[in-house]
Design a binder for this molecule. Sequence first.
Ligand SMILES: Cc1ncc(COP(=O)(O)O)c(C=O)c1O
Length: 437
Amino acid sequence: MEKNKYPSNQSLIDFRKKHFMHTAALYHKTPLQLVKAQGEYVWDSEGNRYLDAIGGIVCISAGHNHPKIKKALMQYLESDMIQHTSTLYLTEVAVEATKALLEEAPAGLDRVSFTNSGSEANELAIMAARNATGETMVVNLRHSYHGGTSGTLASCGHSTWRFKAQPVTGTTSALEPNCYRCPFGKKPESCSLECAKNVETTIQTSTHGKIAAFIAEPVMGVGGFITPPEQYFHEVVKIVHNYGGIYISDEVQTGAGRCGGNFLLTKTLGFAADMVTMAKGFGNGAAIGAVLMKSEVAEKMAGKSYFNTFGGDPYQTLQAKLTMDIIREENLVKNAKDMGALLKDGILELAKKHMLIGDVRGRGLLMGIELVKDRTSKVHATAEAAAFMDACKEHGLLLGKGGLMGNVIRLAPPLSINREQVGSMLKIMDQAFAEIA
Ligand SMILES: Cc1ncc(COP(=O)(O)O)c(C=O)c1O
């Protein structure tokens, strides 16, 4: 790769400091300029190669620059196929993407609306739920993240993301289903799903007794891959329906086969969600989100207009359709399950010698490692998590982090990752843990 083809990192940093909003953060003490990508790897402007174990930001499902997507997009543009038009006109590709999605949908969810992002998908889901029920209150979970728009931030369980003086109306939070830091002080052996029951208490004590919706991620991504027990969802669905609410399952991070089992984790867990929202890996990095909902909810919107300029755009829906095809053809959901199991076993082995590892959790290739200063006090090892990420980067491995205290390492590599690459991730992490100890 030509080294001097790119501007210096410092010039980009200086420009960002002056002209980007101060809300734009950068990963790493010495930030990277990523310029090239292929499959499971990305390259920086100095020509260094990294295994991309965070996949953009949990967006790369089929692999970077997948040859099938690249070829199809090139052919599409070369033949002057229409690149942008709105849903005010008919296009075949939006229908084809919808058909592919419906094949993966949990039973009963038979309506699709495309958006540009996960935030918009959740906005639409919440509006549709309020419209269908005639109720306002939305129950969310502490530590949740559903997007960066005003409505979704009102359902965000992190002070980090909320804005001062931002109106937070029509929402309330239930306690998080976090088995490692149980808000009820329980251990898995003594648990009676107090967290699920808390959804009912929250409805009884902070609403007028009826709700529009409950929204939750089946694995809480930004919150640090908090992984509720399977039974939690079944209990909560019953409660939500008892109080007249619509269950919105936010699969922006967990969807697109990442968690193994099915394309959607909601289907694998088998609980009766009324809506599923998705984005990120659904388009393998394209700017597309989607809401899946039941006809009975969608029909209540008849007579209302909802318009989204780019939602359903042929260029974006084409990428989602191709991504879904690749996930199926290459058996990537099964690979996510198998490689996820291998990765988890490997991290549990590392936990035997690296005392910083407090908890290992997640599903499939959505894997979190919570770092703690010691395993008894569970004090958050925030600085250590940042140092660990930097050390991994030096050895050619990119990871993410999350959790309210920034002490959870997040792994979400492309679903196409193989055994050798999992082995290499584990080797680098082992070395990085030793270096920062
Ligand atoms: C679970 C979840 N929902 C919604 C969103 C918002 O998606 P977007 O950033 O595409 O608007 C995110 C983004 O990180 C997310 O993790």
